[in-house]
Design a protein around this ligand. Structure first.
Ligand SMILES: C[S@@+](CC[C@H](N)C(=O)[O-])C[C@H]1O[C@@H](n2cnc3c(N)ncnc32)[C@H](O)[C@@H]1O
Length: 141
């Protein structure tokens, strides 16, 4: 299999238009990811609307998305918490083969095709590929 073609199930609205507007990584105390006042909205395409039935406000989920503003990738990169170059697959770098991003979020409100969430670290207009439930109970390995 050489190629996989995917179709976004929706898009993500956030207050951030450029990477510079998200200067801190998720673990940083000043990251918008940790700021309860910064919210984003998932917009699900009408054809996939039935699939978000039963998503409850307050629940956590993994948003799986496409880093659509990344240009190319490097197999080694800098990581804010480590010295020197490290392998890209040990980081959350947006410059990676396949451009896949994954963020744990908490849903605050569900309104038709719109899901408001806390835990924003993606740019406005980011294409959404999938949503999966997230639970700490899954960490059993
Ligand atoms: C370090 S990544 C972490 C994203 C996700 N939590 C993950 O682990 O895959 C977050 C950074 O990616 C960049 N970014 C976010 N959305 C993007 C997009 N749609 N295209 C390109 N870069 C993006 C921003 O610079 C943001 O600060």
């Amino acid at each position: 299999m050489n190629e996989i073609v995917m179709k976004p199930i929706g898009w993500i609205e956030t207050p951030f238009r450029t990477r510079e507007e998200i200067p801190f990584p998720p673990f940083h105390p000043d990251s918008p990811y940790r700021n309860p006042n910064v919210t984003g909205t998932v917009h699900i395409l009408e054809e996939f609307r039935e699939g978000i039935a039963d998503i409850q406000p307050g629940s956590c989920a993994l948003l799986i998305f496409y880093f659509h503003q990344s240009k190319g990738y490097r197999l080694t990169t800098h990581s804010p918490r480590r010295e020197g170059e490290v392998g890209v697959f040990s980081t959350r770098s947006p410059n990676r083969p396949n451009n896949i991003g994954v963020t744990v979020v908490r849903f605050l409100e569900v309104d038709g095709c719109k899901l408001t969430f806390r835990g924003v670290d993606m740019l406005n207009g980011t294409p959404l590929l999938d949503i999966k439930p997230y639970s700490e109970e899954e960490l059993m390995v």
